[in-house]
Design a protein. Sequence first.
Length: 370
Amino acid sequence: MTDLSQLEAELSARIDAAADTGALEAVRVAALGKSGQVSELLKSLGGLSPEARREQGPLINGLRDRITTRIAGRKATLEAVELDAQLAAGRLDLSLPPRPRRKGAVHPTMQVMDEMVAIFAEMGFAVAEGPDIEDDFHNFTALNFPPKHPAREMHDTFFLQAGAEGERKVLRTHTSPVQVRVMQKTNQKPAAPWIATGQDPPIRVIVPGRTYRSDSDATHTPMFHQVEGLVIDRAIHMGHLRWTLDAFIARYFETSAVETRFRPHHFPFTEPSAEMDVRCDRSGSEIRIGQGSDWMEIVGCGMVHPNVLRNCGLDPDEWQGFAFGFGVDRLGALKYGMPDLRDMFAADTRWLAHYGFSPFAMPNPATGLS
């Protein structure tokens, strides 16, 4: 039989001499592995006589236990040394700035829409909302569109497949159908206290939301955003409309030097109809509102057509009013210098990082919004 005392001394010396956990693992395998020295001694017990087995078995098992304990102690020591070395080598320099973290931003369209809602709210306008998918009556017929109007054609409007009753609904081409729903006195429960629903005159609402038309270029997109306004009361006239729009434009563009003009136009749902131009300066890389000698169309408007009032159940001999519609994306491009409206819908985070707004910024003194 092998001299167990000598074997233990040799293995202990090798364990103590192991410089790292890798070398120690090699000693463990050589001693206690499947073919290790101690493991071979344990296997040899089967060939001994019962008397010799009773004598040698406890000695060999004791050797195995002592070597196992010694290896575990040496491993703990080596691991502590290696951990200290790793911590020293990977020491953090807390004087360096942290890696930049990606931050979200408020989209310019939502920022502009919030600004517009805040300005009109100060004038006493409530907010009205309605569905993006409309029927023919609310989107066209109630608004005095004739049967063969181009907006009713596929090349201008996104139509859905016909339903069971044969009616083709549309993605609304403007937010004016919500004005119809308000005038119809639907008596629906509002989604929130500030959301206007059907009501009796006098009415003063704005309608922000998405709209859809089959058009795409640098100044038009298939989906865009509008804020339309509606005022219904007695003795309302174009002077009230002019003041409302002038006051909004001055507040939105943060300038008192606003000069506007009306140009005759045609909209099926207003009579008379007009487009409002604002004086501006186009001589440089920026468009400056309230300066220069150029004019730029900024909003469509007019007095609500008597037929629209009748279609909504109001007597045009008693009630009259005005309506207007702003393109939210276009107003944002004018105020914040964005050259192509299509970029607003390109889902490019670099663009949003450049033009987006921090939700934690200081409030704008003109609108009270950040």
